[in-house]
Design a protein. Structure first.
Ligand code: NAP
Length: 463
């Protein structure tokens, strides 16, 4: 695990970065703790001014910042700019709302002898964020904005293939006026994650990534008796009912599966279509996927990005082969993708039987699994037949009925007539193997605070 920028479109290793030393990590923890002691005393206004300045810088420097995403993980330029804007919106969400969301809550006690009781939300201290490469800035903003707003400080271990994105965000926060030590990017090794979590000054960890990383980091946190939140993988169902508007549904399906090169935890990975409209959906969807244009991610004409690395592309191809060995049919779609760069030919998997383990895998790339459901009940059954529970969607002309079906699907987030949305003002998170805890809005803001009871009891009250 060494930190380097490798352009996934050209394969060129652009720059490598040395791992942090243990001494650097220890110094970063000490500084983050020292800064916490002062930061927790700052007012919401002061914190908000810094976050607003960071949002302004993100927008002002969108061109240069988005180019780093395209260079390091192959994100399409338009999507990279949208990510920069979304990150700015997250910062601004907390500028506007943090103080009200963290306001003390008076408790309606039954007996006056219990005193005037309230719950206040106090910051915990230094936190660690372990983040993935697929949304290098958004992932930082999603955890950093609420935690700084709450008064915590943060150490970051970002994915090893996006070191320049991590450094750019750190630099931006510094220029926005964030005190030294409030947010520190570390090119940390795995053993240093343990070192960090075992330090008594560190209070918890938020990880976004794969199940393996989540299990490993959460067990280290558990042994150290530290809180963790996990945002892990997903296998979102995209349920199509018989009355769905086919054109709109197919357009959203193509987008929902292929944006960000298909590398989104909430990509629409399993299309579950009721029998009556399955054939029509398959035909239109295949045409829609075939119309995607793979190529240079910085070319505005490109609509299908390379994967983040050659290794990621090789892994997906191996998963497709295994799915086929277990009985699935793999249909490659569209014109051949470029043979240079980390591309995977868009592939539709059908006949993925109940005994095919691939049914339960997360394909992190342009691979769609299509399932024919006997009827609506069967579609709900298939949607719920997954170890994950992150996002999902239901498509129908009857929004009210769509909502009823949505309630039957067991997942963390569900949308009627839209693939799972990623927004600054909607919560994000899942259940089962998709993790635990929530990020964004007030839920994310309160994951790492001490919900402290302060009770003023009238000393003159009689015993
Ligand atoms: P990953 O390999 O788990 O990497 C994520 C982060 O964890 C990276 O910083 C990585 O560092 C670190 N890491 C990996 N293994 C580790 C271990 N054993 N111990 C400590 N740290 C470890 O994830 P990925 O494959 O890059 O990202 C894709 C996954 O993330 C998918 O499953 C996707 O669904 C999920 N994801 C979830 C969400 C969500 O909000 N639920 C959002 C985005 C992505 P190195 O890079 O140095 O290995």
């Amino acid at each position: 695990m060494s930190y380097s920028t490798t352009n996934p479109f050209t394969g060129e290793v652009v720059k490598t970065f040395p791992d942090a030393t243990d001494d650097e990590v220890r110094a970063a923890i000490a500084k983050a703790h020292e800064t916490f002691l002062a930061w927790k005393q700052t007012g919401f206004g002061q914190r908000a001014a810094i976050l607003q300045k960071a949002a302004d810088l993100l927008r002002a420097e969108s061109e240069a910042l988005s180019a780093i995403l395209t260079l390091e993980m192959g994100k399409l330029t338009a999507e990279a700019k949208a990510e920069v804007e979304l990150s700015a919106q997250i910062l601004e969400y907390y500028v506007r709302n943090a103080e009200a969301l963290l306001a003390p809550e008076e408790l309606p006690v039954l007996d006056p002898a219990e005193g005037r009781a309230k719950v206040v939300h106090e910051p915990l201290g230094v936190l660690l964020a372990v983040e993935p490469w697929n949304f290098p800035y958004y992932q930082i903003a999603r955890i950093l904005a609420p935690q700084l707003s709450a008064g915590n400080t943060m150490l970051l271990k970002h994915a090893s293939n996006v070191p320049q994105s991590a450094a750019a965000f750190e630099d931006l926060m510094k220029r926005a006026g964030l005190p030294d030590g409030a947010f520190k990017n570390l090119y940390a090794t795995r053993s240093q994650i343990e070192l960090i979590l075992n330090d008594p000054r560190v209070q918890g960890v938020a990880l976004t990534g794969s199940e393996g990383a989540g299990a490993s980091v959460a067990s280290i946190a558990g042994k150290a008796l530290k809180k963790s939140t996990l945002e892990l993988g997903g296998n979102d169902a995209f349920v199509v009912l018989k009355d769905a508007d086919m054109k709109k549904t197919v357009d959203w399906a193509v987008f929902g599966r292929h944006w960000n090169g298909g590398q989104v935890c909430v990509s629409s990975k399993r299309m579950i279509i009721v029998d009556e409209v399955y054939d029509a959906f398959l035909e239109s969807y295949t045409k829609g996927v075939a119309a995607l244009k793979a190529g240079d991610p910085s070319d505005p004409e490109t609509t299908l990005a390379p994967l983040s690395s050659q290794q990621a592309a090789d892994d997906i191809k191996a998963m497709i082969r295994k799915a086929v060995e277990h009985g699935a049919t793999a249909t490659e779609v569209g014109p051949a993708v470029p043979n240079r760069g980390a591309f995977v030919q868009p592939t539709i998997l059908t006949n993925v039987g109940e005994d095919n383990p691939a049914r339960y895998w997360e394909f992190f790339g342009p691979v769609s699994m299509l399932f024919r459901a006997k009827d609506e009940d069967d579609a709900v059954r298939i949607a719920n037949d997954t170890p994950f529970g992150l996002g999902g969607s239901v498509f129908t002309a009857d929004a009210k009925h769509g909502e009823e079906v949505a309630h039957r699907i067991s997942t963390g987030m569900i949308f009627v007539n839209h693939p799972t949305m990623v927004k600054a003002d909607l919560p994000f998170g899942g259940i089962r193997r998709s993790g635990y805890g929530r990020e964004l809005i007030g839920l994310g803001l309160k994951e790492f605070v001490n919900h402290k009871l302060v009770d003023v009891v009238d000393i003159d009250a009689e015993f």
